[in-house]
Design a binder for this molecule. Structure first.
Ligand code: C2G
Length: 134
């Protein structure tokens, strides 16, 4: 039973979020997703559109997500890995190298991001009255 964990804000949930969650889950048998709280996001200089409770519920409703926990600090990853008996830590390639310190405790996998979609690009698209292309 391989247990996987990943972290993120998951605001304005989009195909890039779905892709990484699906691929993270496919690396094991059980996926824990730590969703950034609103307070933690302020530390990431992110002002979310959706509040934490919405973002957490949306992620929790995804068929291949097994558990959602709050992400409240940068320092919690090691505790989470131990508490949830995690075998694989997964995150997008934009974080490449940033979490190599976890390699002593579990496998660390950086997955390529989905091209040309992001929460900020969605905000711009909506503001310009345009739509997201396939
Ligand atoms: N992502 C992706 N492709 C995109 C956009 C996002 O693969 N087009 C991935 C990111 O790499 C990340 C996850 O989706 O692994 C969530 O992205 P965000 O919600 O932007 O989260 P982030 O701000 O990267 O938070 O402690 C780690 C942080 O909480 C990560």
């Amino acid at each position: 039973m391989k247990r996987v964990i990943t972290y993120g804000t998951f605001d304005l949930f989009h195909i890039g979020h779905l892709n990484i969650l699906k691929r993270a889950r496919a690396l094991g048998d059980y996926l824990v997703v730590a969703v950034s709280t609103d307070e933690f996001n302020l530390g990431k200089h992110k002002q979310c559109i959706y509040p934490y409770s919405h973002r957490a519920k949306i992620v929790e409703a995804i068929r291949f997500v097994d558990k959602v926990i709050p992400e409240t600090s940068w320092e919690q990853k090691l505790d989470d890995i131990k508490a949830h008996s995690i075998d694989i830590f997964v995150i997008g390639h934009d974080w490449a190298g940033k979490f190599d310190f976890l390699k002593k405790y579990c496998e660390v996998v950086y997955l390529p991001r989905t091209e040309s979609i992001s929460t900020s690009s969605i905000k711009n698209t909506v503001q310009n009255g345009k739509s997201i292309s396939e």
